[in-house]
Design a protein around this ligand. Structure first.
Ligand SMILES: Cc1ncc(COP(=O)(O)O)c(C=O)c1O
Length: 407
């Protein structure tokens, strides 16, 4: 008799955004005359930068000619992209990362979800609350947790991000082996200072732990004092893996390109206490289970690093940050304390009441979709996330509707 992986039955509810979509679809089916504005799911709305589109067209033309056609590429990504990443995203910021330590992929969702495969099942996990749900769910699926009791899985050390710690969790007293960190944070938009990140690197060294640093929103950082990469912290090369994505930097959510950095110096141990470079394990996993991002898409990603690409992607992130500023000040005027939106495309609004109830209220009275904070973890209760990814006209209209609905 074929049996299922019963860990899947431990998953608390359907995926957050599927839940939201179900409620929004039910509402629009019942009220087809009331168009909703979506500031919920973190998907971009603006078209690809012209430099990327041009590169995509040119690479597609190459694929149409026998002489320049490309079949399978290197699973880890073409050298032209890995070299640009190593130079521009790391060397230029003083971080020593080699091109061969960069693994190009079709998304940070897959990478941050798949990375747990290379670790033992009985390790101790530390995961922020609230945070991008993929980290928790993929570990539940892999059997690293117990049951979900009162909104929390047994076996996870939750790193609580609340108003009391300005939504940046401090290093815990308790030890953990694998620590997920996400800065700028989804959903809170909070960023970590150099000092806070240094405390995590120190924690990892003391506990022989590994940090998984998700910086998918790095390109939204505007405060010059905030590190863009964990590798800006001394010693991080020995303890940290970093995830980056072109999704929010250059509008690649539908195009799909990201990368993961696994320095050759990061190790984890086997049962006998022998160290193993995680680079070798991830390389094995990646080359066995992944066949590379398509050539035209990698060329489009490489165009982000051209002079025009830099200017255009900066204009894109500036545009969304302009939306974020409008959202944050409008919600502030309505009396809600907010964080985020200044170095991240998300505004975390402290609504002080049930977040799904507030979600329904905004949907029904303002036809605006936000994301209920409870979907990101227990500490997300009492908050909503508003995303800055939309047109200026839609953001302005949504804010007018919210103000009218909450009068
Ligand atoms: C923190 C975080 N990491 C990763 C991702 C996924 O990025 P990608 O589109 O590269 O899969 C997201 C997307 O919303 C995210 O919020």
């Amino acid at each position: 008799m074929i049996r299922i992986n019963e860990n899947y039955t431990k998953l608390a509810a359907s995926y957050l955004f599927a839940d939201i979509a179900r409620r929004v679809n039910a509402y629009t089916a019942a009220h087809p005359d009331r168009p909703v504005i979506r500031l919920g799911i973190g998907d971009v709305t603006e078209p690809l930068p012209a430099a990327c589109v041009e590169a995509l067209h040119a690479a597609t033309d190459e694929m149409a000619q026998r002489a320049t056609f490309k079949g399978y590429g290197p699973e880890q990504g073409y050298a032209f992209l890995r070299e640009l990443v190593a130079q521009r995203d790391y060397a230029d910021r003083g971080c020593a990362i080699g091109p061969d330590e960069v693994f190009v992929s079709d998304g940070s969702k897959c990478d941050s979800g798949n990375i747990q495969e290379i670790f033992a099942t009985d390790i101790r996990l530390a995961i922020p609350d609230p945070v991008y749900p993929v980290y928790v769910d993929t570990n539940v699926m892999a059997g690293r947790t117990g049951a979900c009791v009162d909104g929390r899985y047994e076996g996870i050390l939750y790193l609580e991000s609340t108003a009391a710690n300005s939504y940046v969790p401090a290093v815990p007293q308790a030890p953990a082996d694998l620590v997920y960190l996400c800065f700028p944070n989804n959903p809170t938009g909070a960023v970590a200072t150099r000092q806070q990140l240094a405390a995590w690197v120190d924690y990892a060294k003391r506990n022989r732990a590994v940090l998984l640093f998700d910086s998918a929103y790095e390109s939204y950082i505007r405060d010059p004092a905030i590190p863009h990469s964990i590798y800006e912290i001394e010693g991080a090369r020995d303890v940290a893996i970093e995830f980056r994505s072109f999704s929010k930097t250059a509008g690649f959510t539908g195009t799909r390109c990201a990368y993961t950095v696994v320095p050759k110096t990061v190790v984890a141990w086997d049962r006998e206490g022998r160290p193993h470079p995680l680079y070798a394990l991830w390389n094995r996993r990646h080359t066995t289970k992944f066949n590379g991002v398509s050539y035209p898409i990698q060329r489009a990603a490489a165009a982000v690093y051209t002079k025009e690409g830099r200017i255009q992607t900066r204009a894109l992130t500036d545009f969304y940050l302009g939306n974020a500023e409008l959202i944050r000040s409008a919600m502030g005027r309505l009396g809600f304390p907010c964080v985020g939106g200044d170095n991240a495309p998300y505004i975390w609004v402290n609504i002080g009441r049930d977040s799904w109830e507030f979600f329904d209220l905004l949907l029904e009275r303002a036809q605006v979709v936000c994301t209920p904070g409870a979907g990101f973890g227990k500490c997300g209760e009492g908050h909503i996330r508003i995303s800055a990814f939309n047109s200026r006209a839609n953001v302005e209209q949504a804010l007018e509707r919210i103000a009218a609905a909450l009068k």
